[in-house]
Design a protein. Structure first.
Length: 195
């Protein structure tokens, strides 16, 4: 197993090896954000990368949005792309060490699949800890067999149900109907509500 640490991800940015970055917000997340009406929601985007979701949220009038990434480069890119974005909402560090909490919503886009699969239970517990009661974790999970050749690491609907159901009410977990073509039938759109 590769060491998926800060150095690993910094190297990916340095080499321009960012196959996960489609260059814009994915359709399922865009359409999910489009139906959010409360602009005061406290939102977290973990493993934000170049944060196309953040840019879209800011354009839509959301300001209480935080991003965290283990690598510095994506945060520098965000500063260039959104120069007025509050610096204290750009967090560099390990997601599992994040001390903030009381989030209304956490958006998942290729962060879960980039983590060593041995951290999946820790991910579910940390997400519950970061959310308010009844807060939502929403986004996309890959639906293809889990192998050691990753990231991205896959998984299945059955695995995700058993992983999250202890800490979350599973509101939605289904094949995304509006994935981009290369990811068609390989993504599950989900909304989990913190118990």
């Amino acid at each position: 197993m590769k060491k998926l640490n800060k150095d690993y991800w910094e190297q990916k940015y340095e080499n321009g090896d960012m196959g996960w970055d489609i260059g814009y917000i994915s359709t399922p997340l865009k359409e999910y954000i489009d139906q959010l009406t409360d602009k005061d929601l406290k939102i977290l985007i973990p493993g934000a990368g170049n944060a196309h979701e953040l840019l879209y949220l800011v354009e839509k009038g959301f300001s209480n949005v935080f991003v965290i990434d283990i690598a510095r480069q994506p945060l520098e890119n965000i500063k260039k792309n959104i120069p007025n974005f509050p610096e204290h909402q750009l967090l560099e560090g390990n997601f599992f060490d994040l001390a903030l909490n009381n989030f209304d919503l956490i958006l998942e886009q290729t962060f879960f699949c980039a983590l060593d699969p041995s951290l999946r239970l820790d991910y579910a517990k940390k997400m519950k800890q970061l959310l308010k009661p009844n807060g939502k974790l929403a986004g996309l999970l890959f639906n293809f067999p889990l192998t050691e050749s990753g990231p991205p690491f896959g998984g299945s609907l059955t695995e995700y149900k058993s992983l999250f159901q202890e800490h979350f009410k599973i509101k939605t977990l289904e094949t995304a109907h509006n994935s981009i073509k290369p990811r068609a039938d390989k993504e599950l759109f989900f909304i989990f509500e913190s118990k």
